[in-house]
Design a protein. Structure first.
Length: 108
């Protein structure tokens, strides 16, 4: 059963179900990991910037990332379009990592 937005077509050709599944699995594994990694890095920088001890900031943000990782992985399968999943997880991970790098240079 197809939902709205899942035409299963790519430039006029039908996309095989295995390719769609592989794209979702890759988004769930790599995209969610990158998103959780970026969240942990940004949270650690933000916590240290807010005055927490560096070890406490890393621990707190890593615990939060451990909760976000399975939620993001499951969301990658629930999102109607795999491109949206990659954009949010992959793009969000890249933005969070870039923000943590920027926060690290500003906080010094």
């Amino acid at each position: 059963m197809k939902t709205a937005g899942q035409s299963g077509r790519l430039e006029g050709r039908a996309v095989p179900p295995r390719l769609r599944t592989a794209a979702r699995v890759a988004a769930a594994v790599f995209g969610a990991y990158g998103f959780a990694w970026g969240l942990a890095a940004f949270g650690a920088e933000l916590g240290a910037f807010a005055g927490m001890a560096p070890a406490e900031a890393v621990t707190a943000s890593s615990l939060l990332a451990l909760v976000v990782l399975p939620v993001a992985s499951l969301w990658a399968f629930a999102v109607p379009r795999v491109t949206v999943g990659w954009a949010v997880l992959g793009g969000g991970g890249v933005l969070l990592i870039a923000a943590s790098q920027f926060a690290g240079t500003v906080g010094q």
